[in-house]
Design a binder for this molecule. Structure first.
Ligand SMILES: [Ca+2]
Ligand SMILES: [Ca+2]
Ligand SMILES: [Ca+2]
Ligand SMILES: [Ca+2]
Length: 263
């Protein structure tokens, strides 16, 4: 059976199909996946790993903004994108294969390899694609950084959260119901504010970057933060990594990482 019939929305960055998120870093074409070092890409490229061939394992891939081209492990190349585009690859049509995609802030439009482009965006908004309704298809969504409002193609979702400057959107399936929840990491207070959860979690501190993932084999997204070379998983201990710089951590997707680092 193809993996997508028994996968779950929490699954993320699983390079070896063991249902656990791997710790991944990328710098100038050098990848570290858990402890393995590999090469793909070059300086200036953006890491965009995903399961492009539908075999249940994530492939290394990079977007070259200067070339407007994606390079996928195995030799596949896709021409798409411009220098200021945000790569947002994922399985938008639910066929089990991640689709090469970019969001273009200048036109508020999502462009895909092989699918129709869709105008859906707003000024001061960043893309937060995730499977919010649990149908196996990634849903186009945006998060307004000025007021913490989420909008998706499924309809406007009035997420009633107090907005703090610096909040970082971290959607994921934190309750394991198969649907992604809207969620925020608040560096100023070290809180996780997760939709459908009664209380906020106090986990993390200023300077941490959020790296939520499916770190256990239970199909749930766990809050986690990267701090000084170590991944701290909420209530589940720590993982030492070889990652030395925040900027190299791939476990926070680029379109969100950019919000923190500006590049
Ligand atoms: Ca694959
Ligand atoms: Ca697809
Ligand atoms: Ca969906
Ligand atoms: Ca959920």
């Amino acid at each position: 059976m193809p993996w997508f019939h028994h996968t779950n929305v929490a699954r993320y960055l699983d390079f070896n199909n063991d249902q656990v998120t791997d710790i991944v870093s990328f710098s100038k074409g050098k990848w570290t996946i858990d402890t393995k070092e590999e090469n793909l890409g070059k300086a200036g490229d953006i890491a965009v790993p995903a399961d492009y061939n539908g075999d249940g394992k994530v492939e290394k891939a990079v977007f070259s903004p200067s070339e407007g081209k994606f390079y996928i492990e195995g030799g596949r190349e896709v021409i798409l994108g411009e220098p200021d585009d945000l790569p947002v690859c994922g399985d938008y049509d639910g066929d089990g294969f991640a689709d090469v995609a970019v969001y273009r802030p200048s036109t508020l439009t999502w462009y895909f390899d092989g699918l129709d482009s869709i105008k859906f965006g707003a000024k001061n908004a960043i893309p937060v694609p995730a499977d919010y309704d649990g149908d196996g298809k990634i849903d186009i969504g945006i998060y307004r950084t000025d007021n913490s409002m989420w909008q998706t193609v499924l309809g406007n979702i009035p997420l009633q959260l107090v907005h703090f400057d610096g909040d970082i959107p971290v959607p994921g399936d934190y309750n394991g119901d198969g649907k992604a929840e809207m969620a925020l990491f608040r560096p100023s207070t070290g809180e996780w504010v997760i939709d459908k959860m009664e209380n906020t979690l106090h986990f993390g501190k200023k300077g941490d970057i959020p790296v939520p993932g499916n770190y256990l084999k239970d199909g749930k997204t766990y809050p986690a933060v990267y701090r000084e070379g170590t991944i701290h998983i909420h209530n589940k201990g720590i993982i030492k990594t070889k990652i030395e710089k925040l900027e190299e951590v791939v476990n926070l997707p680029y379109h969100i990482r950019k919000l923190i680092f500006g590049s």
